[in-house]
Design a protein around this ligand. Sequence first.
Ligand SMILES: Nc1nc2c(ncn2[C@@H]2O[C@H](COP(=O)(O)OP(=O)(O)OP(=O)(O)O)[C@@H](O)[C@H]2O)c(=O)[nH]1
Length: 639
Amino acid sequence: MAGFFKKIFSFGKKEVVEERIDETTPLPPIKWEALEALKPAAEQAPHPPLDGEGRREAAGRGDGADADHPHPQASLRTSPIEGEVKAAPELAPVEEPKPEPAPTIPAPEPVVPSEPEPLPEPAPEEEPAPETPAEPPAPEEVPPAAPEPEPEPQPQEVPPAPLEPEIEPARPEKLPEPAPAEVPAPAEVPAETPAPVEVPPPATPSTQPSAEASAAPHPPAGTFSPYRDGEKAEAPTPHPPLDGEGRRAAAGWGDSADAGASHPHPQAALGTSPIEGEVKRTPVEAKLIIGEVAPAPAPSPQPSPEPKPAPGKVTVTKKVEQKAEPVKAPEPAPRRSWFQRMRDGLARSSKELTGNIAGVFTKRKLDEETLQDLEDVLIRADLGLETALRVTDALAASRYGKDVSDEDVRSIMAAEVEKVLTHVAMPLELDLSHKPHVILVVGVNGTGKTTTIGKLAAKLTDGGLSVMLAAGDTFRAAAIEQLKIWGERTKSPVIASKIGADAAGLAYDAFERAKEAGSDVLIIDTAGRLQNKTELMAELEKIVRVLGKLDPEAPHTVLQTVDATTGQNALNQVEIFRNVAGVNGLVMTKLDGTARGGILVAIAAKHKLPVYFIGVGEQVDDLEPFSASEFARAIAGVA
Ligand SMILES: Nc1nc2c(ncn2[C@@H]2O[C@H](COP(=O)(O)OP(=O)(O)OP(=O)(O)O)[C@@H](O)[C@H]2O)c(=O)[nH]1
């Protein structure tokens, strides 16, 4: 017995056990053990006081681990089984032995005191699971990877100690997890089998995950929400130390004191820091940790950091945009010359015409039939009867009865068309003795009056002339705004009035204003109107009459815009406007992309009015002086 007690005393902590034994009435067991003590070594010594068979069993298991706390704990639990009432008092003493491991890990102990009561139980439960050798290594491995991410979450969480209450609910689940981390020592716990039943399943699996989860999952979680919220890992940086401490404590505790308080301590520490962090981050994350931590542990941490890349991608898109910008620079593609544009525009007219001509003169001698066919082709091309006869007459005069190719025919046609146009292809001359030189622009709706005014104003202002614009189209607000835009672009003042105002009155006012301003040129826009609209045509006539009151020679130039796509109706338009407004010049618009450009030749042949410009587009510089030869060659398809 003496030796037995000595051994007990040597354990120190076990001394308490002896006293307890006395209280619990271990007398019968004492005798029984005394007998055993005589037989075996002192190994069973601690057990005797514990008395129960469980003690023996525990002793057998804990032979090697006796020194460890597990024994006291085992005794506590075992005894509780017999008389749980007593177990409570024993628990306190049992934890006391923990201090022993504490020396090894002083940090954990301080934490334990506050949570010892609840924690001790869960810890022992978890311990059994940790026994699994494979598991302990896992947690250890985890820490390395986890430490980096974990630190972040903890720091934030640590400060808000009050938040722990929220965390605690989650702890029960997590608590088992931290225990595994401490597993190293827990291996001794196995004796605590009773509780393990519940714990093991969660503990072992959870433990690793928990340890990792706390570590791995936490980092991710921390990375997720924290990053987004604070984004700044700056907060995390402070955490690392905290985590490290918590982890170290956990690890240390597990190593030495795992059995008893060690578990609660690490858990508490782990749970508090990581849990808090997770909880705050987002409920979603918490779910991940609790529910599927085990499967996710390793991957979860990784995915968490990955989300960060997402924002990185955003930056990438920005870079892409920047790259796109430089691409825009080269966009300014070289613009085709006006002639090329006119040529392309007349391509449809030319292609149809030359194609038909080729169809007539394919390996055929020139005779009356072929000449008649050619005349029909030219007329259908809107060149007009007069121009068609000029071409057929010229062809018959030189090639009648001979083989004629379509190229010969096109060449002769170009020459004859040029002859017709030469007399009308004149440059616009402005008599600046008039201050201002008044240009009245008329025409049917949509033929390009306002656009042509803008283009012309640009040419004049570019030439150093001062220009004033008058919005005589008082019927359409859009027309007024359109002219104002052109005025801004050409830096030309625009005189306008309210919708529905008298156009003649506006023209008169504008003329006076231009005189007062000393403008070189006044360009007056008018409302589009069909030549068969008597009232509108009368209004146009009135405008001309009113302008004449200020200057008998005004308007000095009356330009009519003619839409090349109009066809034969253009001939009638020019005739009417010429009679009503005294048109003395034409601008053939929309020659770009029409198959009816031949009408220009017909108009020129019939009215012999000057064609100052041709419109080959909607841009400001798409107004070109009319060239008879170029137009003729273009429409005839002659290079
Ligand atoms: N392709 C092409 N379009 C043109 C040309 N000239 C004018 N346009 C377009 O033809 C349309 C009518 O031009 P406007 O200048 O408004 O014609 P408008 O005669 O003033 O019209 P109203 O005020 O309604 O009488 C606009 O879309 C112009 O961009 C041209 O030479 N080529």
